[in-house]
Structures are given as C-alpha cells and as structure tokens.
Design a protein. Structure first.
Length: 157
C-alpha cells in the first residue's frame, strides 16, 4: 500500500467499515476483459478468516465465469465526503475502503445456504431472518473466502 498513513489494521475499525458498506464490487476474470459486478453481501469473520456471501439467479454470465475461474478481486467503500479547498488541487475526499482477493465456491448444502442468506439479510437490513429450504434452493449462494485484503481510510480535515 502506497499510503501507509491511511492503512487500517485494527479489526474493530475494519469491522466498522464492512458494517457501513452495503455493496461489494466483485472483479471476475473474463476472457476478453475484467468483469465487475456490484452486489449486496453478507459476511462472517471466524478464526481470522473473512468470508463474504452473495446470492444470485441460478444462471448467468457471473456464474459461468466464476465456474471457469473462481479467483476474484473485490472492493467496497463508504464514508464519502468531499474535502473543499482553496484551489482545485487542494480539494480532497474522505473515504473508507476495503480491497482484496479471494476464491469463490458455490454453497451447495441447504443449511449453509440458509445461514448465508441470514447473514446477508442481517448485514443489509439489520434484522434476523430465517429461510425455508424452498427459499434457499430458489437461488444460488456463493461465498468468497478472502485470501488477503487491505483497509484504508482518509479522515480528518
């Protein structure tokens, strides 16, 4: 990371950033060019492993590409605020962001799918939901096991 002064390493702050971010952009490998798709997500952090959860339709470009190459990049950001300046070059921007890489796997077990969907809704809506087997089986759920990530913030001013 070029700007080490903006790097965040404390889990409590990183967790706060993830909590505020409601959209995660997945960068998926495609033959002709990168494919980026914004998605709502849920997550878990257990035994120092961050896992992101997503759901989608049972078919489509995203799943086709993931099945060919499960390695992805991701980005999420929040806390946006313009920092005014006297000149154009003295303007800045407040933000918090997380950027990383991971490996996708499709969640097949119905109980794991139900749990992942509950985590997603808890993160997005702040409420606990339960899902029937029929509901869980009506979508594809996949997880990104995060290999590495960095958190960065620009605050102050």
């Amino acid at each position: 990371m070029r700007r080490n002064d903006r790097q965040v390493t404390e889990w409590e702050t990183i967790h706060s950033v993830i909590q505020k971010c409601k959209v995660c952009r997945l960068a998926i490998v495609a033959p002709e060019s990168p494919y980026i798709v914004p998605m709502n997500f849920g997550y878990s952090y257990q035994e120092d492993v961050l896992t992101l959860y997503f759901h989608c339709a049972d078919e489509g470009r995203k799943l086709d590409l993931i099945r060919k190459n499960p390695r992805v990049g991701f980005e999420m950001d929040c806390d946006h605020n313009l920092i005014p300046g006297e000149t154009a070059c003295s303007y800045g921007y407040r933000f918090s962001s997380i950027v990383g890489t991971g490996t996708v796997s499709i969640v097949e077990d119905v109980r794991e799918k139900q749990n992942a969907l509950s985590l997603l809704m808890q993160h997005q809506a702040g409420k606990d939901f339960t899902f029937t087997q029929k509901q869980a089986n009506s979508v594809t759920v996949f997880q990104v096991r995060v290999n590495s990530f960095t958190c960065k913030q620009r605050t102050g001013f």
